[in-house]
Design a protein around this ligand. Structure first.
Ligand SMILES: [Zn+2]
Length: 421
């Protein structure tokens, strides 16, 4: 350091055993097919950061000659990846639901659990009873959890309020939790997560009207996207299309819970409407796979949920990948069906249950979710100019991502150039 010709930078990360840059491909756009194999790994890598942005990546030797850093951080041979991007989470909830898990372990089925007051509507009761301040505190704690697991950007949904006031409260809590937090949050309105108790029994269309006519105007400015739980018994094709079309006309991005429980053509609807993503997809049809492959709608796969629920059928990742679809992986973090914030764990599940390769998984937790959130110009790879979001993993090699499971491999996370242990 200290060469007269060296350019000043704020921070230089040196001795990254393997620096996975994803920078040997284009900086933006989802990676598909063979392009998902290119990781851009630099051995004994280094990252130069100025003003919270990446200035350069290269070898420790090269960047040590080119730059003079105010702060030099020896990464100690760890594996470094772009900060992880989780593009499907439900972080705004007020109570955990381990009681239902306990019942299930004792042999209770879903209907028995629902009869005892469990299920999504128990989360709705808890959110409705919580103050905005209390919900903000809980949501911020969930953001801390994502950061501890190496995630620097999430998509966060509302959807446990299911009334105008409680959906607004949820999105305000999410906004306040994210303010000044290292984890970047892109907000999604999910008023159509379920039909609340007071609209059961033939009043589903009245609830759809409430979502379209009252909730969507009320959440204006509090979200960037709108999602719908598109299932035949919840929001069928016509109801889903009505809500999503209304949201699109208000300038919101569209995301769709599609073809999870029963096949309904949810993926085809997402593509038809130009949605950013179609999520879940264990029941996607051949036409849905083809539609996704020919579109910019990302297939967001959530193997943690099908694993946790003990479902025999997982999303057809190989068919989607081989057809050329943009594929991302996310946690689906939520209190009922997937209580994990660990994308490294999701990679293990994707390798074992979805038969994805570790290379594909790395693209699917970095650039591809970033592209689905329309944040790929900012994050998802380590191209110069992007936000300095990094995660350092206590692993011998990037190949150990997926292989090592059950622990948290994150040594530290860097968000916007600031290091968090
Ligand atoms: Zn979900």
């Amino acid at each position: 350091m200290g060469h007269a010709t060296a350019a000043p930078v704020d921070r230089l990360f040196v001795h990254c055993g393997e620096l996975v840059t994803l920078a040997d491909g284009p900086p933006t756009g989802a990676r598909r097919g063979a392009a998902m194999q290119r990781l851009g790994v630099i051995t004994d890598g280094a990252v130069a950061v100025r003003g919270g942005r990446i200035v350069a990546t290269g070898t420790t030797d090269e960047l040590g000659r080119r730059f003079a850093a105010t702060d030099e951080i020896d990464v100690g041979g760890r594996v470094v990846l772009p900060g992880l991007v989780d593009c499907h989470t439900h972080p705004v909830f007020a109570a955990t639901r381990e009681g239902e898990f306990h019942l299930r372990c004792q042999g209770a089925d879903y209907m028995a659990i629902a009869a005892q007051g469990g299920g999504i509507l128990s989360s709705v009761r808890a959110v409705r009873a919580a103050s905005e301040d209390a919900l903000t505190v809980q949501t911020r704690a969930h953001l801390d959890g994502f950061l501890r697991h190496g995630t620097t950007t999430i998509e966060g949904k509302s959807g446990y309020g299911l009334s105008t006031a409680d959906e607004v409260k949820s999105l305000r809590a999410l906004t306040r939790a994210a303010a000044g937090h290292p984890v970047r949050v892109r907000r999604t309105f999910l008023g159509a997560h379920e039909v609340p108790e007071e609209y059961r029994g033939g009043r589903q269309d009245d609830y759809v009207a409430l979502v379209v006519d009252e909730m969507l105007p009320a959440v204006d400015g509090l979200c960037e996207a709108c999602d719908v739980f598109a299932e035949p018994k919840v929001f069928d094709l016509a109801r889903s299309r009505r809500i999503l079309t209304a949201a699109r006309s208000r300038g919101l991005g569209l995301r769709v819970h599609a073809d999870e429980i029963e096949p309904m053509g949810g993926a085809e609807l997402a593509v038809e409407l130009g949605a950013e993503s179609a999520d879940h997809l264990p029941q996607v049809s051949d036409a849905g796979v083809a539609a996704l492959a020919g579109s910019d709608t990302t297939a967001v796969l959530l193997p943690g949920t099908s694993f946790y629920l003990g479902k025999p059928k997982h999303a057809p990742a190989r068919r989607l990948l081989e057809a050329g679809a943009a594929v991302a992986l996310s946690t689906d973090f939520n209190p009922g069906t997937c209580y994990t914030q660990s994308l490294p764990l999701i990679v293990t599940l994707a390798c074992v249950l979805l038969h994805m390769t570790p290379e594909e998984c790395i693209a699917a937790i970095t650039i591809n979710p970033a592209a689905s959130l329309r944040l790929d110009a900012e994050i998802g790879t380590l191209h110069p100019g992007k936000r300095a979001d990094l995660v350092a993993l206590d692993l011998p090699s990037w190949r150990a991502l997926g292989y090592a499971f059950g622990g948290n491999p994150v040594a530290f996370t860097c968000a916007g150039g600031e290091v968090h242990h």
